[in-house]
Design a protein around this ligand. Structure first.
Ligand SMILES: *Cc1c(COP(=O)(O)O)cnc(C)c1O
Length: 464
């Protein structure tokens, strides 16, 4: 063990140096991957020296999600107090299903869940769990809604046409989950959004009325706190009124931006959150913990038990259900995702989490101001969003993002909204500072303006 810890520390040193020297690792073509790296598994053990060599090569050529040139996804950076917690969780290696096996780690998980319920104004019956990601949090919400609507479905299956509602700009997991839980993708109604990407409550109500007239059974509405492309917040106030009228479960998918609950300046984006039935947030997105750290809470814990508890004599031999978290989780064996959030939260306090959130909105403002004051750019996104969408010199976003990646300049992605395609700069990377944002734009400008690149881009067939 000690030798491996020593090796681990050496490899971490290498990684930190690499991130500085080569913030965007040279991509390996997929058809060259197995020639470039010795990934084979053999009969004989690897020599220590070869083992160390291949690990070093792996580190050098793996994409650097903590570098300050990584803007590609809705996570990035590295929060060291959280890394510390996750490394300890690996060493302790508890499974979170029972108090007997996880001990005080159960208390850590419950403390986080209670605190989040308190912050968002859920009542004394509320509770939650850690799911294996935001998609699975949404999955759990949909199942609780299904079982509240009709408790016999657990044993008898679905025998009616149940319908659910989410905006056309929401995450794809909603449709995928509808197929997984037996509702069916065709029973998902994609509700139109306004010019800011927010779900239209009027259109939602119209669809619900239509479906009822057709003999369908509406049961679930998903609102999004931070849509995947634009980072828009659906208006909970108007949506919850519709849900109340028709007695529908209202879930808020806050995987991306639900962490605004920690900010006095931005929690108004989730006004009336306490009126909803469930809420999920990914701490591995805005709060910057290692993947994955996803939380789902609900107003009434009886829904968690109703949908997810199973008797298992071999497992639940001591303590009451309150402390045997396996009674409310999706999995059986479950890794400790709570500790890495707790070590962060404990060390920086509520105020520290608030600063993490506020900084991302500040950096988005910096980026938007830069774009607005430079005429070669077109801006597509709005205030109060950490997704900054733009185009440069009308160059195809797809072409530019791909070339920046292939030339190891930047990791950034593109998206579409109402038929416009654009580059999406996400200011979620916890290590990024103001100068990194300015550097991001300079890198793009320099890359495009070098003659060579202009030629490449204008010759590219996908540039239209
Ligand atoms: C990222 C995201 C998800 C999915 O979360 P995973 O942890 O990747 O499964 C769901 N909804 C929204 C809005 C997201 O941004």
């Amino acid at each position: 063990m000690i030798n491996d810890i020593k090796l681990f520390n050496e490899l971490v040193e290498l990684l930190l140096q690499e991130e500085k020297k080569h913030p965007v690792a040279t991509p390996i073509d997929t058809d060259k991957l197995y020639q470039a790296l010795d990934l084979k598994l053999n009969d004989e053990p690897a020599l220590d020296s070869d083992f160390k060599k291949i690990l070093s090569q792996l580190i050098v050529s793996t994409p650097k999600t903590a570098s300050t040139s990584f803007f590609n996804q809705l996570f990035g950076g590295r929060v060291s107090k959280s890394i510390l917690g996750d490394l300890l969780a690996v060493m302790l290696n508890n499974s979170m299903y029972t108090y007997k096996v996880a001990g005080p780690q159960v208390g850590i998980e419950k403390t986080i869940l209670n605190k989040i319920c308190e912050i968002i104004g859920y009542g004394t019956e509320s509770d939650g769990t850690f799911a294996p990601g935001g998609s699975m949090s949404n999955y759990m919400a949909m199942i609780m809604a299904r079982d509240r609507f009709n408790p016999t479905i657990r044993s008898k299956g679905i025998h009616s046409k149940m319908t659910l509602y989410t905006s056309e700009d929401s995450h794809y997991s909603i449709s995928k989950n509808a197929s997984l839980i037996g509702i069916g993708r065709e029973q998902v109604r994609l509700i139109k959004t306004n010019d800011f990407g927010e779900m239209l409550a009027d259109d939602l109500e119209l669809q619900i009325k239509n479906d009822i007239a057709l003999g369908c059974e509406p049961f679930f509405v998903n609102a999004t706190a931070g849509t995947t492309v634009l980072g828009a917040f659906d208006d909970i106030t108007s949506i919850s009124k519709v849900c109340k009228t028709y007695n529908l479960w209202l879930h808020v998918d806050g995987a991306y931006c639900g962490a605004v609950i920690f900010s006095k300046s931005y929690k108004h984006l989730l006004k009336d959150l306490e009126l909803t039935d469930s809420f999920s947030v990914n701490a591995h997105k805005m709060l910057g913990t290692p993947l994955t750290c996803s939380i789902i809470v609900t107003q009434n814990k009886k829904h968690l038990y109703q949908s997810f508890s199973n008797d298992a004599e071999y497992l639940y031999q001591t303590n009451d259900d309150e402390f045997n978290l396996g009674k409310t989780s999706l999995q059986c064996g479950r890794r400790n995702d709570a500790l890495k959030l707790w070590t962060l939260w404990k060390s920086v306090g509520n105020n520290g989490l608030e600063s993490i959130v506020d900084k991302q909105f500040y950096l988005a403002d910096v980026a938007r101001n830069y774009i607005k004051s430079h005429p070669d750019y077109n801006l597509y996104s709005f205030d109060n969003s950490i997704s900054v969408c733009f185009n440069y010199k009308n160059i195809s976003a797809k072409t530019l993002c791909t070339l920046l990646y292939e030339h190891s300049k930047l990791m950034v992605g593109y998206g579409t909204f109402k038929e416009e395609e654009f580059i999406r700069l996400v200011t979620i990377n916890t290590l990024v500072e103001e100068h990194d944002i300015l550097n991001f734009f300079k890198t793009i400008e320099h890359f495009v303006d070098s003659n060579n690149m202009i030629e490449t881009i204008s010759n590219s067939p996908s540039d239209c």
